[in-house]
Design a protein. Sequence first.
Length: 311
Amino acid sequence: LPSASMGFVKVVKNKAYFKRYQVQFRRRREGKTDFQARKRLITQDKNKYNAPKYRLVVRFTNKDIIAQIIFARIAGDVVVTSANSRELQRYGLTLGLTNYSAAYATGLLLARRHLKKLGLASKYTGKEDVDGEDYNVEPVKDGPRPFKAHLDIGLVRTTTGHRVFAAMKGAVDGGINVPHSETRFFGYNREEKKLDASLLRKAIFGGHVADYMRKLADEDSAKYQRHFSRYIRAGVTPDNAEGLYKKVHKAIRENPDRIVDSKSKTKEQYKKDAESYRRKRLSLEQRKQRVAEKKAQIQNASATQEDEETE
């Protein structure tokens, strides 16, 4: 018998609850998409009809930084232009492909590549003299308006100094109009409500890495040799780091085009490879023939074994 002190317990998850339960979207269940933010990023005004609403999508992996210009359609998102931090290797940057400076360079590469594709590279050159000051793209007189895209940060925390805002800064300096404020850039002081442009410029040109290299070399030489072994082999020192990034930025502006690797396969080659690995479905006659061959093989083997036993 139930205890006398036990009160009324309401059954919340009853049959009616489960009959009306609706699962969340798959990418929400997987923790990959913030649909509240996505809805506001892709919803276009009705008076703009079917005009795309472009997004500057920045994503980070353990080894890469991926920046893309994307717009949404009912069938799925369409990628217009993309850039990857691994592409910076052909511009001379072979190390530190996921840090703050590499994020800026990746955003710059994306902007220059996309504007060249649209024929706007000569009209909107962006900010070639990187001084760390906040910059906004202004429309030219008697010409097309600047290309506009909204920053899509995904699920990252919008902390001050995050690399995602370095990629946005690179895209803005490259000539793309991205609505933003300076409050999340590296070097912004919340108490004074002011951006220290010198600190931002220092981070863009790898100054924070150079400071740590100097500090580590003075405090623990053995750890410095281990930690920055690839930098040492590549000849990168705290003194020439800024010059390296300047060369990279200059090379990006000269030729932002993507180089297609001759070894990469075409769509037809991938399809042919898939067909070669995929097992073809046999017809009824082929299956019957296969069974008959197996039966004959077993009978022949048993007959040979009987002959050997009789001998």
